[in-house]
Design a protein around this ligand. Structure first.
Ligand code: ATP
Ligand code: MG
Length: 203
């Protein structure tokens, strides 16, 4: 049987990486084979493209093309083979992030993004998407305490507000696969929301 594809989305600092490993551990304990991965990245080539995306200045089309080039490699080399084996794949960001960051954040043409999506993964969509929803201000406070900002994290609050609205639009467009998580709660409360969504599905 084909595996399940679960994605973790939300603005920088919302808590995706905090919750992905505990969720993988829970699913493994329930007997699932689980592969944890991230975007951009997840293969040696895509990780090299990630470094360029996070640190080199570039125009919006170049950025979109590199994101989808990395995704093509990742889908082909890692995600599809894992799903075909029956593994669960937990992925920290996927194409919703491209619509939120490059589309809503940078104002890049969404029709072009849809075309690139149809080239790179026309058939593949997540079975479930956790949207860690947090205000831009709260996310910035958490990140300020945590690490040196990359090229995206250096953007101003208005940029992250647009990205958040981009995620909201995606959640409204795909209500069946999106689960909104109130990421403003403390870690344990956020974790409980994530586990509850799995229990609802008996995964
Ligand atoms: N519920 C929470 N309450 C307070 N702090 C939190 C909470 N969840 C995560 N954090 C802290 O906030 C910071 C950002 O969390 P995390 O790295 O999980 O976010 P992220 O969504 O993966 O961000 P990015 O997109 O930048 O990778 C970390 O320092 C983490 O420890
Ligand atoms: Mg992270």
């Amino acid at each position: 049987m084909r595996g399940l594809f679960i994605t973790f989305e939300g603005i920088d600092g919302a808590g995706k990486s905090t919750h992905i490993e505990p969720m993988a551990a829970q699913l493994r304990a329930a007997g699932h084979a689980v592969h944890v991965t991230r975007e951009p990245g997840g293969t040696p080539l895509a990780e090299r493209l990630r470094e360029l995306l996070l640190h080199e200045p570039m125009d919006a089309l170049t950025e979109a093309l590199l994101v989808f080039a990395a995704r093509r490699d990742h889908v082909q080399q890692v995600i599809e083979p894992a799903l075909a084996r029956g593994d669960m794949v937990l992925c920290d960001r996927f194409t919703d992030a491209t619509f939120a960051y490059q589309g809503a954040g940078r104002g890049f043409d969404r029709e072009v993004l849809k075309t690139l999506e149809s080239w790179v993964h026309a058939q593949l969509q997540p079975d479930l998407t956790f949207w860690f929803d947090l205000s831009a201000e709260q996310a910035a406070q958490r990140l300020a305490a945590a690490r040196t900002p990359d090229r995206f994290e250096q953007q101003d609050t208005a940029f992250f507000q647009r990205v958040r609205e981009g995620y909201r639009a995606r959640a409204e467009a795909f209500p069946l696969r999106f689960v909104r998580i109130d990421a403003s709660a403390d870690r344990d409360a956020v974790g409980r929301q994530v586990f509850a969504a799995l229990e609802d599905r008996r995964w």
